[in-house]
Structures are given as C-alpha cells and as structure tokens.
Design a protein around this ligand. Structure first.
Ligand code: PLP
Length: 391
C-alpha cells in the first residue's frame, strides 16, 4: 500500500471523532438529537433562483465544459453587485474569477504563492481551510490570535517583523466565523498599510457580509483605498441565498492574483456548471427581498438564543452579523467536555471552539441554521440540564 503523502499527513487531526461517536450512540439509542453545530442554511434556495436554474437546465450550451474562470455574464453580475452593494468598481474581465464555492478558492490560493516553508498569516480561531490550504501547499501557518479583548480582530502590531517579512499571504474573515465579530473600514485600512509595508497578499473572506441585523451593513475589504492593489476578496452565494449545495463563489480584486488563481484552477477543475452560474446571477441581480426575509428570520432566532442564554447566566451582546454565537464555556468545563456534556445530557450538539484552532479553547459555537421550534426546544433542554451557569 503506497504511503499517504506527507502533505496530507501534515493536516491537523480531525477533532470531532469522539463527539461524532457520541452523537451516533445517542441516535442509535433513540434520542432526538438537535444540532446547533452546523453552519448550513436550513431554508431552501429562493424560488426565483431555482426557477431560473430549471429554465437554464434545458439549454444545451450549458451542458458542455464551462470556462474555468467563469462566464462573462457571471463575472459581470459579480462586478455589478459590488458596484451596487459597496460602491466598488471591478473590471469583470480581469478582476473577478468564478470559484466552485469560495472554499475552493480559499484552499487553492496558497498553491499560487506559497512555497514549502513559506509563512501565511492565519486567524485563530478561524475557518479551518485557511490553515489547511496553507499546509497542503507546504506552507506554515503563523497564528494571529482573535481575542475578545481586541474585538476578535488580530493585533497586527504583535506580529514580529521577521514573520511579517516572510509572510506571503494573510487570511482575514469579517463578519467572522466562528466569533461573529465584525470589522470596520478603519481596521481594513490598517491591514492595507501593513500589507503594503511587508508586501503581503491579503485574502479577505467575505462569506457573511449579507447576513447582518439591526440595519448594520458590513463593509467589503475592497471598499478601502488601496485594497485592490494588495489583495482579493472571496465571496459566495452560499449564505445569502441559501445556496451552499450549489457550489458557486468568486474571488475579486487584485488583477494579477485573480489571473494566477484562474491559471492554477484551469489545471485542476473546469469551472462551475453554467446552470449554477445562471442561478447565482439570478440571486445577485434579482430582487433582494429574499435576503431581507432570511435576515429577519435569523434575527428572530438570534433574539430567542440571546434571551435563553442570558437567562442561563451568559453575558453577551447580540451579534450584529453572521448566524453564529461564540460563547465561553461555563466554569469547570473545557470546550470538548462541555460539548460532550450537552450531547450526553440534552441531546444537543454545539461545536467546541477548539475545532477552529487553539485560541478557540474555552469557547463553543452555536449556529442559528435550524428551524425556530427546534432552536427553542434545544434551549429548553439546555436550561433543564444546566440551570444557571457560572464562569
Ligand atoms: C468563513 C467561511 N468562509 C467560506 C465558507 C465556504 O463557503 P462556500 O460555500 O462559498 O464554499 C464558509 C462556509 O461555512 C465559511 O464559514
């Protein structure tokens, strides 16, 4: 049996095996397990998007290989959306490339710039693909801790100069998974200055800019002057339009980076099914009331969650964006032991913070992507099990 390649062996161990075994045991014992652990919208894709896809399905032109960088109409729809939503001007021909979901581009960008031993600045806690893509390319993640006392923003001034000089890429993600923190334009401006000083390509993951509450409109990294010269932004139709299963996203911004990513991809995949690109166009260019409706639903769930958690003793502000809550575990627990206690005692699944990196220790994440009644049921069971918690 040939040995597994070192790059795969270097990937971090899968942490949830024990928790998944517990979930399976509970289910086998007939327990109605409720998962607050999965960040995948539970509502269907809006009707007008599905209708457009089903119409396009019958066009034989879409049955052939797509372009690996995306249909011109798709790239134009992304550029037009950036202009409308953020006032950002993008050239669809050179500054936008389609992706098979933003995850695909996030995983591949390190292959474009990272040689074995190169450094990549990675937020921790963070979406695991930043470190995973870096490791697969032979690079070394340098962790930027996201701590509550800094509003879960990395402190760029804490990055040693020799590390910054070595770094090729910096991953960032606001609104943030898993912490639900948001970043403002002044933070992005300091990132641009830092990237210029140390010649680093910024890779901003903007998957959650459209999931926000109470009138808040998260900014794009590309809004900040100079951003387009230092980096790219990853975007996606997955979260705003309940389209995680369709697999469609983009990278936009600095033209040479977009070109290199497209070149790499042309050696790996053959693009996004054109029917899916047409559906994404319908989402981005069509009526946006579906977005208002889904945000109103998440807001209702967020408020239920915040009220229930406060009643149990958690002190928290309602998140302004994303469909996540990032919470400290009560006294006496680790992230893992608390998650296990909730499965054992309440049949409720939450994600231990350590799944997002070592600085996630002592935290857990709740996702609001389940029917409201199930969410209420989950909090009812948690209250019964935990009573009032202390920290
Ligand atoms: C922060 C973040 N970025 C990117 C993605 C991937 O989204 P996509 O469906 O576009 O690949 C996710 C999905 O959970 C995410 O949480």
């Amino acid at each position: 049996m040939p040995e597994v390649a070192q790059r795969v062996k270097n990937l971090p161990p899968y942490l949830f095996a024990r928790i998944e075994r517990l979930i399976e045991q509970k289910k086998a014992a007939g327990v109605d397990v409720i998962s607050l652990g999965i960040g995948d919208p539970d509502r269907p894709t809006p009707e007008h998007i599905v209708a457009e896809a089903s119409r396009q399905l019958y066009n034989p032109a879409h049955h052939q290989y797509p372009s690996s960088v995306g249909m011109a109409a798709f790239r134009k729809a992304v550029a037009d959306w950036y202009a409308r939503r953020f006032g950002v001007v993008l050239d669809p021909g050179s500054e936008v490339v389609s992706l098979i979901g933003s995850k695909e581009g996030i995983a591949h960008i390190a292959w474009c710039y990272v040689n074995p031993g190169d450094t990549v600045l990675v937020p921790d806690p963070g979406y695991p693909v930043y470190a995973g893509g870096t490791i697969l390319a032979g690079g070394e993640p340098y962790l930027m801790p996201l701590l509550p006392e800094n509003g879960f923003l990395p402190r760029l001034e804490d990055i040693p100069t020799d590390v910054a000089r070595r770094a090729k890429l910096m991953f960032l993600n606001y609104p943030n998974n898993p912490t639900a923190a948001v970043a403002e334009r002044d933070f992005f401006a300091t990132v641009v200055a830092f990237a210029r000083e140390f010649d680093i390509i910024v890779c901003h993951d903007a998957a959650y800019t459209e999931i926000a509450y109470d009138g808040y409109r998260p900014p794009s990294f590309l809004e900040v002057p100079g951003a387009k010269e230092v980096g790219i932004e990853f975007g996606s139709v997955s979260k705003p339009y309940n389209m995680t299963g369709w697999r469609c996203g983009w990278a936009a911004g600095r033209a040479d980076v977009v070109e290199v990513l497209g070149r790499l991809k042309s050696n790996i995949d053959s693009g996004v099914f054109q029917v899916v690109q047409c559906a994404a166009i319908a989402g981005l260019s069509g009526p946006q009331d579906c977005l208002a409706a889904i945000n109103a639903l998440y807001k209702k769930r967020r408020d239920i969650a915040v009220a229930a958690l406060r009643e149990m003793g958690w002190v928290l502000n309602p998140p302004r964006a994303t469909f996540y809550l990032w919470l400290p575990v009560p006294r006496g627990y680790t992230a893992e032991s608390f998650a296990e206690h909730l499965i054992e005692g309440a049949g409720v699944v939450v994600t231990p913070g350590t799944g997002y990196g070592k600085y996630g220790a002592g935290y857990f994440r709740i996702s609001l992507t389940l029917p409201t009644e199930r969410l209420q049921e989950a909090f009812g069971r948690m209250k019964q099990l935990l009573g009032r918690v202390t920290f």
